[in-house]
Design a protein around this ligand. Structure first.
Ligand code: SF4
Length: 169
């Protein structure tokens, strides 16, 4: 886990908006910094290091997200969002309650691993509508998959607030 103070999140790049490749509909994207998974063939190896990127105030990111009109939701990309679960959940809760957006996240961890770990990562997962889970596997690379890079990864729709699985693609 990263040593990020309360109220802050370590990010790997500026926010995006109007993205159509990170989930259903037009979406804002928060890029997090730091990843322990080190998947062979990762497209963003510059996001692995926990000591670089920007330390940003969650409050400032929320204010910025609120200026993006017409978004269906927010997606967390990495890096590994689940190593900063508390910060990500704060942002997820803000966009859901204040902006009416749905929330998705990518993770190199599987749903089952996050559930078994419990604690803050599980609380973050429960605040999501969908997770795209599992590490990128170069030998399972498939360009035809929606929002995913390799066949082992799953698009799991979740029941908000409980983490219950609604569907798996
Ligand atoms: S989990 Fe994502 S960011 Fe981390 S190494 Fe794997 S593909 Fe790269």
């Amino acid at each position: 886990m990263t040593d990020v103070p309360d109220g802050y999140i370590r990010t790997s790049g500026p926010r995006e908006h109007d993205s159509i490749v990170n989930g259903d509909g037009l979406r804002a994207v928060v890029w997090t910094q730091g990843c322990p998974n080190h998947c062979k063939g990762c497209q963003n190896p510059e996001t692995w290091d926990y000591s670089i990127g920007q330390l940003e105030k969650i409050e400032d990111i929320c204010k910025e997200l609120a200026t993006y009109p017409g978004q269906a939701g927010l997606t967390f990309c990495g890096g590994e969002p689940f190593v900063q679960p508390k910060a990500c959940k704060q942002i997820a809760d803000f966009v859901r309650k204040e902006l009416g957006w749905n929330v998705w996240s990518f993770s190199g961890f599987t749903y089952e691993v996050i559930k078994e770990y419990g604690g803050e990562p599980w609380e973050f997962l429960k605040s999501l509508d969908a997770i795209i889970d599992g590490p990128f596997m170069l030998d399972k690379f498939d360009l035809s998959l929606r929002f995913r890079g390799s066949k082992n990864q799953r698009l799991i729709k979740l029941k908000y607030g409980t983490g219950e699985i609604l569907s798996i693609e």
